[in-house]
Design a protein around this ligand. Structure first.
Ligand code: IMP
Ligand code: MG
Length: 184
């Protein structure tokens, strides 16, 4: 797996350090709010798992699976809910936990959908923010790292379901992603 990477962009240590900082911020901002953290599957599962251990206040979690249609390495904005929440979110302080915001189309649809369910507040926490690629404005309340326009894998992020188990984030060699698939 490691040989399929061109470079390591974010090390295991850098992720751990940044998650501690995010944990402090979120613990402070959501003190006494009993937030519901919604993990967007599958990419954000490791991020959620490590992040919540840095959050020192009561919280609950739920999961939502989305598929973005589009080319092999980008979405085209149509999202389909593959697994919906089990939790009733009206009146709750909701924090979406996402792996990466790229064009922004996925987070735009997800937030529009969740707003119809009347949460008391709705914010986004993404591990990675590929700012240059944004096609629609998305308000990101917490981010781990801003990254350049490169296709990355590892720490939950995949290419064709591979590489999620790498403990760091790396840039995939371009020759690996010729051929198509989705972005789930
Ligand atoms: P968006 O709708 O374009 O913002 O894309 C969101 C989704 O595309 C993310 O949740 C990822 O699943 C996927 N994605 C975007 N960029 C990357 C990347 O560099 N590596 C892996 N997945 C990505
Ligand atoms: Mg995703």
């Amino acid at each position: 797996m490691h040989n399929d990477l061109k470079e390591i962009l974010i090390t295991e240590y850098e992720i751990k350090t940044r998650l501690k900082e995010l944990g402090v911020l979120i613990s402070e901002d959501y003190k006494v709010k009993f937030p519901l953290l919604i993990c967007i599957l599958r990419g954000a599962f490791l991020f959620l798992a490590d992040l919540i251990r840095e959050i020192k206040i009561p919280l609950s979690i739920d999961f939502m699976a989305i598929s973005s249609y589009g080319g092999k390495t980008e979405s085209n904005g149509e999202v389909k809910i593959l697994k919906d929440l089990d939790t009733y979110i009206e009146g709750r302080h909701v924090l979406i936990i996402e792996d990466i915001v790229d064009t922004g189309l996925t987070m735009d649809s997800v937030t529009r959908l969740l707003k119809t369910r009347k949460p008391k507040s709705l914010k986004i926490c993404t591990l990675l923010d590929k700012v240059e690629r944004r096609r629609i404005k998305v308000n990101i309340d917490y981010f781990g790292f801003k990254i350049p326009n490169k296709f990355v894998v590892g720490y939950g992020l995949d290419y064709e379901e591979k590489y999620r188990n790498l403990p760091y984030i790396g840039v995939l060699k371009e020759e690996i992603y010729r051929g198509g698939n989705n972005n789930t």
